[in-house]
Design a protein around this ligand. Structure first.
Ligand SMILES: [Zn+2]
Ligand SMILES: [Zn+2]
Length: 158
């Protein structure tokens, strides 16, 4: 079976049925496609930190995937990985520049999650903005007026 727009081989589930991805996405030029085979966090937290602003050109909208090993990338040769810090790497298409992935280092952070960008997900995405984060570092050229919660850094989720 071939997925819509994807050449990624589809693994069969336990019952032999094709495994349907939670989501699919691609970069602007189409050199990189990905499919998500792990739960997605439906709550997107737009990030206004300096790293995200400088990389994306505005603010970033990352969608967290529960397990990064559940994300399959086709055309990974076209992904450039940039380490903005030693805690995480950011993947973007080396041809068109699409910002695609944010992946924390599991050994240094204890996290096995990874993020994909909301803008590269195929629609309907099924996810929604929930709260703004790192608002203390936001650009001075825009206001956040959507009424959603705003956090100076990352919300304390307890
Ligand atoms: Zn591209
Ligand atoms: Zn950020």
């Amino acid at each position: 079976m071939k997925l819509h727009g994807l050449n990624i081989p589809v693994k069969s589930g336990k019952d032999g049925a094709p495994e349907i991805p939670e989501a699919t996405g691609s970069c602007l030029c189409g050199a990189v496609h990905y499919s998500v085979h792990a739960p997605l966090d439906k709550n997107v937290r737009p990030c206004h930190c300096t790293q995200c602003r400088k990389q994306s050109g505005h603010h970033a909208a990352y969608v967290q995937v529960e397990r990064w090993d559940g994300v399959r990338i086709e055309g990974e040769d076209n992904v450039t990985w940039y380490h903005a810090s030693d805690l995480a790497r950011r993947g973007f298409c080396k041809t068109c520049g699409s910002q695609l992935f944010w992946v924390p280092d599991p050994e240094k952070t204890g996290r096995i999650t990874g993020d994909v960008t909301g803008g590269t997900l195929d629609t309907p995405t099924g996810v929604k903005f929930a709260a703004h984060i790192f608002v203390a570092d936001k650009g001075d050229y825009y206001d956040i007026t959507d009424g959603l919660p705003q956090h100076d850094t990352y919300p304390d989720e307890g």
